[in-house]
Design a binder for this molecule. Sequence first.
Ligand SMILES: *[C@@H]1O[C@H](CO)[C@@H](O)[C@H](O)[C@H]1NC(C)=O
Ligand SMILES: *[C@@H]1O[C@H](CO)[C@@H](O)[C@H](O)[C@H]1NC(C)=O
Ligand SMILES: *[C@@H]1O[C@H](CO)[C@@H](O)[C@H](O)[C@H]1NC(C)=O
Ligand SMILES: *[C@@H]1O[C@H](CO)[C@@H](O)[C@H](O)[C@H]1NC(C)=O
Length: 479
Amino acid sequence: QIFRSVFLLIQMLFLLHTMLTVSNYIILHLIPVTIIKDNGLNAKNRKKVMPDLFTEPPVVDPIYEANAYCNIPNITEHGFEGHAPPDHRLLSVHVMIRHGDRYPLYAIPKTKRPAIDCILAPDRKPSHPHLEAFVNHMSKPTKGHMDSSLNGLPRYPSHSVCETGELTQTGVVQHLLNGQHLRDIYIRKHKLLPSDWTTKHLYVESTGKSRTLQSGLALLYSLLPDFEWQKLVIRHQWSTIFCSSSCDCPMRNHYLEEEQRRQYNLRMKNSQLEQTYVDMAKIVGVPTRQLRAANPIDSLLCHFCHNISFPCTESGCIDREHFKVIKAHQLEDEQERREKKLYYKYALLATHPLLNQTVSRMHHVLRGKKEEVFALYSAHDVTVSPVLNALGLLEARFPRFAARLIFELWQGPKNKNYFIRILYNGDDVTFQTSFCRKHNRHSKWPLCPFENFASFVQKEMFAVFNSTDYYDACHRRVF
Ligand SMILES: *[C@@H]1O[C@H](CO)[C@@H](O)[C@H](O)[C@H]1NC(C)=O
Ligand SMILES: *[C@@H]1O[C@H](CO)[C@@H](O)[C@H](O)[C@H]1NC(C)=O
Ligand SMILES: *[C@@H]1O[C@H](CO)[C@@H](O)[C@H](O)[C@H]1NC(C)=O
Ligand SMILES: *[C@@H]1O[C@H](CO)[C@@H](O)[C@H](O)[C@H]1NC(C)=O
């Protein structure tokens, strides 16, 4: 009798084991098929991702793209930042942002500029619960430790008629939302910074424009509410590609010139675009050349994002069709830019110094130095766009207002394993980068090894130049 029971028990255990093995098999092999966009680590992610896949229109629609570019703030910002298997530890985060919504840099000749109020008013939409406290904190007389060229800039927008290129209230709100989202994930959930964080834990750098400084401050204010000004050090970066002291690179300029030639040739081929400029020039009453030089799309996008009707004169109105033709051409230009690879070569050389800095800083952290664990670069579209391109993120959209590109360094359960995650506007794009695309995320390591990123930056990114280092790639002439 006892023998029989033991036998049955063994049989049951065997059955149970088989069932577990089968379900393991199913789990391991179905996930790669069903999850396309995220890294398949968290079942909750799937629900959030799927709607995106269906709402993306299959063909490029200039109006849809323009709306994505405006990034009109809604209640909260979300994304897949900070997702990793539970036994992994977040060590360091690098955030690169484009400034928020701004007033145009160009004016359409002989028309009224859009009427936008750049005084921050919490009761005007779009607003944010922290907007008033932000203004109060920024108005405190204490100086942060900023490089002298930044100290002269206002810390928040404040003109009743926005000045050229000034950050708008929309732009401030966009970055308050970014900061709040990053606070929830990095500070509250992952405790990236100790509660008694000091100057040495942060690294902050901004270009010398008020819109980048103010965008960075808005993000930091939400990330670390009521931070003590004495703890904050902001460095000034004079170069829009953040090349610091490694800017000498003749070949980078060479590829940029070739890229500009490509852009010019594409424009010349587009007769519908040419006709649109002719029509618009007639409406405003200036030579076509002058209108084109005034880069009207910059101003029209501002009208569009702020729901202000396009400018009119006695001869007529600039309308949505004009806007659509120019915007569609921009999208076509981005498509050809990706295919022709001249911009890619420019981007590799332009972004090496910045990426090299990121790798160096992460190396320090993984060797145990608990310094500069959160880095923020407050920058421009011309900063973020080449980084996306150099990483091989060919699907990525042109940086919208308040775009964010994030690098996360993770430590695996066995101490010597380090991983990189890359997120663009909250989407996990790690496995779309050229250095992680081939990584089998269903192997032993579901995340991408940090070493892939490091060796890409230190060596592999120069392979297209038949070179192995920055100096050589920058100076080797190939025509
Ligand atoms: C937020 O805005 C985006 C477009 O910018 C829109 O697709 C989405 O539905 C909005 N979400 C909410 C909660 O309003
Ligand atoms: C844009 O403005 C028009 C009127 O000028 C208004 O009917 C429409 O609701 C506005 N749209 C938004 C999203 O505010
Ligand atoms: C890359 O980083 C290393 C280590 O910090 C540094 O020695 C080197 O000069 C950097 N190279 C460039 C081109 O910035
Ligand atoms: C790199 O070398 C290959 C073969 O030697 C050659 O075909 C290619 O043109 C070279 N590329 C550059 C950028 O020098």
